[in-house]
Design a protein around this ligand. Structure first.
Ligand SMILES: NC(=O)c1ccc[n+]([C@@H]2O[C@H](COP(=O)([O-])OP(=O)(O)OC[C@H]3O[C@@H](n4cnc5c(N)ncnc54)[C@H](O)[C@@H]3O)[C@@H](O)[C@H]2O)c1
Ligand SMILES: [Zn+2]
Length: 530
């Protein structure tokens, strides 16, 4: 789990090494300075790697060292100042509890001027204070994604270590922190988290009364437990049951929820709690985003699909008779609370449905996750694993944490979705669950990746083996390929009439690809359809 390792990030001069060593001593953990580790593995000093091979080669080495460290337990890692600025570095850091040691450039500069190694820092030539200020301005959005921040200007290493020990203790169950331009919130994944809901709501600063919207198809035991936990946390809580199922993700049901809130005189200072699958988190999030022009809310997703996908990323909305998700709003919750034990009652087909997105996360961005999924593929209980769910959640959370420089990365989440959405639409959302449709879609995208020479056939075999093992379909032989291809052009991910395909260069390495000739698509897809 994330809390087994701590990554320290921040500018040179923020005290990462001194603090890290001190912190490791207190926790009885090992301390590793990532730059020293790179030097040890490469055999050259960092300055020489920079001089001889340039920054991008250094960043590659750094990402690989951080990735290895991210698999260890009981370790405090001081990262290089630029590590969180690259996707590879960021993904690795995401696997631990990350703390930003926030130092002002002036203070950092004073500290560095008395550091005997200052001469060796390749990025600090010239006027160091000005350079540090520029670097900070540039890197701030990346540093701000950390799980916690400590203002270190007025603190010595020992006081900073104290602060981090406290923050780390509070981070139990934290799987990811989603950071957007307007908000920042924790995603907790922990067995029993439902019974800590009240405590978590208090910790994220919620006040007032809780209004729980709960999936009526589900056993009310979950909403009762949510209410009880909120009571214990000092919140008054009432429950409204909303009818579950896609057919009820409507403006009509949103309207009923508004009326219930008005009846109970819910105010801006109160908050909504959405307990259910993706239908309830989408609908409830939309109600929260629009009631009184927006009240705070917490998501408590209860289906695997909602845990690893729907509840994270801030998209809320309802369907119109004409099409799905036609009305909605972006709104970020105050927290997402995931208790994998509730999956015990989720029908197996829905468990597999969510698993398709977990496999997708491994396929597009995390080869290590895919390897770990392969290791447990035959075992259905693995689909309720805290660790695997948390890692999948972390991938979606990193990708949706916005960063203007990487708007494209969100598109990678659409792997398998161009064809998947089309299958769902053509079959009227009746025959295929979303995860089943994208499983077929991933098969098509994988075959295209091979046909275009991007991915080796053996890697496609790996993809298909794991999807098969999870009981997900490889083909949709009852569905007309012509209809599917016609529907892809209506896909809303179409930009200016041109489809942006997501393909794989290999496991864990998704790329965005421009339009592909219909003949090529047809050839790759035809064996899988009617
Ligand atoms: N906002 C987003 O970014 C996003 C992303 C993906 C999907 N979605 C939306 O999510 C919806 C699909 O989500 P879903 O698959 O969770 O559908 P769902 O909410 O209909 O849940 C699936 C079924 O499982 C039941 N259920 C849920 N949790 C249970 C539990 N713990 N025990 C027993 N039964 C349980 C539900 O009652 C329902 O019958 C779609 O509307 C889709 O558009 C949104
Ligand atoms: Zn999806």
């Amino acid at each position: 789990v994330k809390s087994d390792r701590i990554f320290l990030v921040g500018l040179s001069g923020s005290g990462k090494s001194t603090t890290g060593a001190e912190l490791a001593r207190r926790l009885g953990w090992v301390f590793v300075d990532a730059d020293r580790e790179i030097e040890r593995q490469d055999g050259r000093p960092v300055t020489r790697i920079f001089a001889e091979e340039g920054e991008s080669r250094f960043r590659e080495l750094e990402a690989s060292v951080l990735r290895d460290l991210g698999g260890r337990s009981g370790v405090v890692i001081a990262t290089g100042g630029g590590a969180p600025t690259t996707p590879g570095g960021r993904d690795a850091i995401g696997r631990g509890f990350s703390v930003w040691l926030d130092v002002s450039p002036g203070v950092a500069c004073r500290r560095l001027s008395v550091d005997p190694h200052a001469e060796e820092r390749p990025l600090l030539k010239g006027n160091p204070e000005a350079r540090l200020a520029t670097m900070l301005a540039d890197r701030r959005p990346c540093y701000a994604r950390s799980d916690a921040r400590v203002d270190v200007d007025a603190l010595d290493a020992s006081a900073v270590a104290d602060a981090i020990v406290g923050l780390h203790a509070d981070s139990a169950g934290l799987a990811a922190t989603v950071t957007t331009s307007s908000s920042r919130y924790p995603v907790i994944v922990e067995n029993g988290a439902l019974d800590r809901l009240g405590e978590i709501a208090a910790r994220v600063g919620l006040k007032g009364r809780a209004f729980i919207l709960s999936d009526g198809l589900m056993d009310s035991v979950y909403s009762q437990r949510a209410a009880a936990s909120l009571h214990t946390g000092g919140f008054a809580a009432s429950v409204m049951s909303v009818p579950g199922g896609e057919a009820h993700k409507t403006l009509f049901e949103a309207g009923r929820a508004y009326e219930w809130l008005v009846e109970h005189r819910a105010e801006r200072g109160d908050f909504i709690v959405c307990v259910g699958g993706g239908v309830v988190t989408d609908l409830g999030g939309f109600v929260a985003a629009t009631y009184l022009r927006g009240v705070p809310f917490i998501h408590v997703p209860t289906s695997l699909l909602a845990m690893v996908d729907a509840a994270i990323g801030g998209k809320t909305g309802v369907d119109l008779p004409a099409a799905k998700n036609m009305v909605g709003a972006f709104a970020q919750p105050s927290a997402v609370v995931i208790d994998p034990t509730v999956l015990d009652t989720l029908p197996e087909r829905h468990l597999r449905n969510g698993w398709a997105e977990v496999v997708k996360h491994g396929l597009i961005l995390d080869a290590d996750l895919l390897t770990d999924l392969e290791a447990v593929a035959g075992d259905p209980s693995a689909m309720k694993s805290v660790d695997l769910i948390a890692r999948s959640v972390a991938i979606k959370a990193t990708v949706v944490s916005d960063d203007e420089r990487e708007a494209d990365r969100r598109t990678l989440l659409n792997y398998g979705h161009t064809i998947g959405h089309a299958i769902e639409a053509v079959t009227g959302y009746q025959t295929y669950l979303h995860g089943e449709a994208i499983s077929v879609g991933m098969h098509v995208a994988g075959r295209l990746s091979v046909a275009l020479g991007r991915m080796a056939p053996s890697e496609l075999d790996r993809q298909q083996a794991i999807l098969r093992c999870c009981g997900l379909p490889e083909a949709a032989v009852d569905v007309s390929l012509d209809a599917v291809l016609a529907a892809t052009s209506h896909d809303k991910k179409v930009s200016g009439g041109r489809i942006r395909w997501v393909l794989l260069d290999g496991i864990g390495a998704a790329v965005i690809h421009g339009p592909i000739a219909e003949g090529t698509v047809r050839e790759a897809a035809s064996p899988l359809f009617a």
